[in-house]
Design a protein around this ligand. Structure first.
Ligand code: DGJ
Length: 756
C-alpha cells in the first residue's frame, strides 16, 4: 500500500479528531459539533491509499470533506506517486460529487445511489455519514498484506473498518468490512455489504450464470445499461443453484480468453447474496456486493462487531484465461482445503444402486473399485434410519443410525471389508436436513425451520434444520463426530444439501426474543461454526461439498472442503459445458467429475470428460464389457500418471464449445515440461469441420522441444497422431497440433512432454 508520505501524520490528526467528535456528541453539543466539523474539513488533508498487487492497483483517495472515494482500479502505475494526480482527469461536477465513487456508500444523508450500508440508529435516526479516519498495512508474509481503513460517522459513535487482503503474485484481493458502534442501544443494519467498487470506464460487459438442477452454470453475457442489474439469491441454505455468486466483468469490450480487461468476482458466502451493478450518469460503474439484505435486517448490539463475508476479485488486462489462472493459483494456495495436495479417485454407488442396496451388495461393489484401480469406495444416500427407513427420499433424514435391515453389521463392518478389499471407504451425509417422516422431526420439531401457523412446504420432501440454534449446531457436529469416532478409518465425506430454506422461521430466535430477520445470516454463521469445529478436530479428512449439484459452490464453504460436486447432470456432453464454466472460477483439483451411465456416449468419451478434473466413477464395474473394463482400468492408471498436472497445473482454455465444434483445453505444469490437452467433440452433426484445423497450444516454453502423444486410447484403436515427432514450443503455440477429433474420435487426450 502506498500513502503519500507528507500526509501520513494527518491520519493521526484525523483519528483524534473523530474521537473528539464522539466525546462531543456525548455532551450533545450539536452546535459546537457543527463548527468543529467545518474546521475538521479545513484540517483534513488529502489521503491517497493504493491497494496494490503485482499488476494491479485499487486506489482510494479522500476529498475535501474527508470522504474516501475510489479513484482508480486497473493496471498498476510504474510510479505510485502519480496516483495522487488521477482525479484531476475526471470532472464529475454535480451535487452528488464525493458520494458517487464512495468506498462504502452510506445511506440516509445525501446519497442518491445504491448504498453499501443502511442503518437505523438506536434513537431511530436513519442517517449515516462515514468519514476517513486512518489506515494501516500489515504484512502477513512476502506475498500477503492486509490494508485496514477506518471510517467513522462524525455524529454517531458508529464505525466501519474496511479490509483489503492482497495476494501480490496471484493478483487477488479479498475485501470485507467490520461494523461496530457504541450507541446506547442496538442499531439495526438494513444493509451491510462486503464491498463497494467503482469503475471509471464507459462500457461494461457482464458475464453471469444461471440455471437450475442439472442445468447449472449457463452463461449469459450482456452489456450493462444505465440503471441497476442485480444478481442475487434467496435460497437461504446455499448460494447458487439458480444464480451463482460468480461473474466476469469486462471493461470497454467483451474480453476473450487472452485479450481485454476483465475482472472475475465472487462472494465467499454460502447463503443469500446480492451483487448490484449500477451504471451511473457518467457511465461509471458501481459494484456493490454482499449478503442479500432481503428479509435480513440485522440487530447489532453496542460494541458487538459484525464481520461481513469476503468479496474476492481478480483483475487482468490480458483476458479471462489469465484472470482464471489468478483465481486458481490463489484458491489452491490460500483458500481451498488442501488445495496443493492430492485427491482420492473413487467409485460411488449412487447411480449404480440408488437406495436399493444391502450390506452384501455394497461389499460386492468394493471388488469393482479395486478392479478399476481407484483409491476409494463412497457409500451414498440410503444407509440410515430405522423407524422410517431411508429407502427413498421421502423419509429418514435426520436419523443417522445405520439401517439394521440393510446394514446389520454396521458401517464399521463396511470399513473393514473395504480395507480388506484394498480400498478406502467414504460416506454420504446430509446433516443439515430432516424429513418430516423421521424420529428427529418427532422429537425436535422446534429444531426445524417451519412456519408454525402455516402448512409446511417441502423441497425434495425435506425441511432444513435451524442452524442458528447452538443445540442444532451440536447435533450436526455430532453426526460427523460420531461417525469418525466410531470409524476412525473413514477416509472421505460427501456432505450433501438438497433443500433450500422454505418456511423461514426459527423457533430458537423466537424463544430468545431475537429478530427472525437474523435467520438467513445466522444460519450460515451456524453452519460455518460447525465446519470450523469439525476442521479443528479433523483437519485433513477430504470432504466433498455437494448440493444436488451446483447448488452450493462458493469460497466461503470451500475453505472447509477439498472439492465440490458441480452438477447431478453427468451426461458427458452437458458436463463439458458445465465444467467449462466452473473452470473460470474454481481449480480442476476441486471439481469432482464422475463417469456414469447417464448418457449414451462411449465409455472413453465419458471418462475423458471426467478426467479434466477430479476423476470418479458411478457405474457397476461388473457390468462393463471386457474391453470397457480394460479401458477403464488403463484410464485410471493413466490418470494417476498425469493427475498432478491437472490438479496443480495452469489451465488454458483453447477452443470453446460455445464457438467451435469441439472443446479443447490444456493444463501445463509450472516448469512447462509437461502438459495434458483434452479435446472433446461437442457438435455431433455430420460433416462438421472439427478435424480440419490444428489447435494452437498455450503456456509452453517456446524454446523447449516437446513430444506429442495421444494417450488413453480405447483398446484396439490407433492414434491418428504420428508418433516419434518432436516440435518446438514455439511451433506448438504458433501453428498448433491437430488432435483429429471427428465423429469416430469423439475425444482425444494428448500428452505433451519436454524432450531433451
Ligand atoms: C444429490 C447428490 O448430488 C447425488 O450425487 C446424491 O448424493 C443424492 N443427492 C443422494 O440423495
Amino acid at each position: 500500500m502506498f500513502i503519500s508520505p507528507e500526509k501520513k501524520c494527518l491520519a493521526n490528526i484525523n483519528s483524534s479528531s473523530v474521537l473528539l467528535f464522539s466525546s462531543l456528541f456525548r455532551y450533545k453539543n450539536m452546535l459546537l459539533l457543527a463548527s468543529v466539523l467545518v474546521s475538521f474539513s479545513l484540517l483534513a488533508q488529502q489521503q491517497t491509499i493504493a491497494v496494490e498487487t503485482k499488476d494491479n492497483a485499487l486506489v482510494l483517495q479522500t476529498d475535501k470533506e474527508n470522504r474516501l472515494g475510489i479513484i482508480y482500479f486497473g493496471k498498476r502505475l510504474l510510479n505510485s506517486g502519480e496516483y495522487t494526480g488521477i482525479t484531476q482527469q475526471y470532472r464529475r461536477d454535480n451535487d452528488n460529487k464525493g458520494i458517487d465513487n464512495n468506498v462504502y456508500t452510506p445511506a440516509g444523508t445525501w446519497n442518491l445511489l445504491e448504498p453499501a450500508i443502511q442503518v437505523t440508529h438506536a434513537d431511530g435516526n436513519k442517517s449515516l455519514e462515514l468519514l476517513y479516519v486512518s489506515s494501516s498495512v500489515t504484512k502477513t508474509d512476502d506475498n500477503t498484506k492486509l490494508t485496514r481503513v477506518s471510517l467513522k460517522d462524525p455524529v454517531y459513535p458508529f464505525e466501519v473498518t474496511l479490509f483489503f487482503r492482497t495476494w501480490y503474485n496471484e493478483n487477488v484481493i479479498e475485501q470485507w468490512s467490520e461494523i461496530k458502534h457504541a450507541e446506547k442501544k442496538a442499531v439495526v443494519m438494513e444493509k451491510y455489504a462486503s464491498a463497494n467498487l467503482y469503475f471509471t470506464n464507459t462500457k461494461y460487459y457482464l458475464t453471469h450464470f444461471h440455471g437450475g438442477w442439472a442445468t447449472e452454470m449457463r452463461p449469459e453475457e450482456t452489456e450493462l445499461t444505465a440503471g441497476i442489474k442485480t444478481l442475487d439469491t434467496k435460497l437461504g441454505a446455499r448460494a447458487d443453484l439458480f444464480q451463482p455468486p460468480t461473474f466476469a466483468l469486462s471493461f470497454n469490450k467483451p474480453a476473450t480468453e487472452d485479450e481485454g480487461a476483465v475482472m472475475l468476482g465472487t462472494l465467499a458466502w454460502s447463503g443469500n447474496y446480492k451483487i448490484d451493478f449500477e451504471k451511473d450518469v457518467y457511465d461509471h460503474l458501481r459494484v456493490i456486493a454482499g449478503i442479500n439484505p432481503y428479509a435480513s435486517a440485522y440487530t447489532l448490539q453496542p460494541n458487538q462487531t459484525f464481520t461481513t463475508p469476503g468479496f474476492i476479485y481478480t483483475y487482468s488486462g490480458n483476458g479471462k484465461g489469465e484472470a482464471s489462472r489468478n483465481l486458481h493459483n490463489w484458491a489452491r494456495k490460500y483458500r481451498l482445503l488442501d488445495g496443493e495436495g492430492k485427491r482420492l479417485t473413487l467409485l460411488n454407488n449412487w447411480e449404480a444402486t440408488y437406495f436399493d442396496f444391502d450390506e452384501n451388495k455394497i461389499v460386492s461393489l468394493f471388488k469393482g473399485a479395486k478392479n478399476l484401480g481407484v483409491d476409494m469406495f463412497l457409500l451414498d444416500d440410503g444407509w440410515f434410519a430405522n423407524k422410517y427407513p431411508r429407502n427413498d427420499d421421502g423419509a429418514g433424514l435426520g436419523d443417522w443410525q445405520e439401517n439394521k435391515k440393510k446394514l446389520p453389521s454396521g458401517i464399521g463392518y463396511l470399513v473393514k471389508e473395504a480395507t480388506k478389499a484394498g480400498v478406502k471407504f467414504g460416506i454420504w451425509v446430509e446433516p443439515e436436513m430432516v424429513n418430516p417422516k423421521s424420529e428427529l422431526y418427532e422429537r425436535h420439531i422446534d429444531w426445524v425451520l417451519r412456519e408454525p401457523q402455516r402448512p409446511e412446504h417441502y423441497y425434495r420432501n425435506q425441511l432444513v434444520l435451524d442452524l442458528s440454534n447452538p443445540e442444532v449446531q451440536n447435533f450436526v457436529y455430532g453426526v460427523l463426530d460420531t461417525l469418525f469416532t466410531k470409524n476412525p478409518e473413514l477416509a472421505f465425506i460427501k456432505w450433501d444439501c438438497n433443500a433450500v430454506i422454505f418456511n423461514a422461521h426459527s423457533k430458537y430466535l423466537e424463544n430468545n426474543k431475537m429478530p427472525q430477520s437474523q435467520l438467513y445470516v445466522d444460519y450460515v454463521k451456524g453452519l460455518y461454526k460447525v465446519l470450523q469445529r469439525l476442521r479443528a478436530k479433523y483437519p485433513t479428512v477430504p470432504m466433498m461439498l455437494c448440493s444436488g449439484g451446483g447448488g452450493r459452490v462458493d469460497y466461503g464453504a470451500l475453505q472447509y472442503f477439498t472439492e465440490f460436486w458441480p452438477s447431478d447432470n453427468t451426461d458427458a456432453l452437458e458436463r463439458i459445458f458445465i465444467q467449462w464454466n466452473y473452470s473460470y472460477f474454481y481449480p480442476a483439483i476441486a471439481t469432482c467429475n464422475h463417469v456414469t451411465d447417464w448418457s449414451k456416449y462411449p465409455l472413453k468419451y465419458r471418462t475423458d470428460v471426467a478426467m479434466m478434473g477430479k476423476l470418479g466413477f458411478d457405474i457397476v464395474v461388473d457390468q462393463l464389457s471386457e474391453k470397457d473394463l480394460q479401458f477403464a482400468q488403463q484410464a485410471v492408471a493413466n490418470y494417476k500418471t498425469f493427475s498432478d498436472v491437472v490438479w496443480h497445473g495452469n489451465l488454458y482454455r483453447l477452443m470453446s464449445p460455445y464457438e467451435d465444434d469441439f472443446a479443447s483445453l490444456m493444463y501445463v505444469n509450472d516448469t512447462k515440461s509437461k502438459a495434458i490437452v483434452f479435446n472433446y467433440l461437442s457438435n455431433f452433426r455430420y460433416a462438421l469441420n472439427a478435424s480440419v484445423q490444428p489447435v494452437k497450444l498455450k503456456g509452453l516454453n517456446a524454446k523447449k522441444r516437446y513430444s506429442v502423444t495421444e494417450i488413453n486410447l480405447y483398446p484396439g484403436t490407433k492414434s491418428a497422431i504420428k508418433a516419434d515427432q518432436t516440435f518446438s514450443g514455439d511451433y506448438l503455440m504458433a501453428v498448433g497440433v491437430n488432435p483429429g477429433v471427428d465423429l469416430r474420435h469423439t475425444s482425444v487426450i494428448l500428452e505433451v512432454d519436454e524432450v531433451n
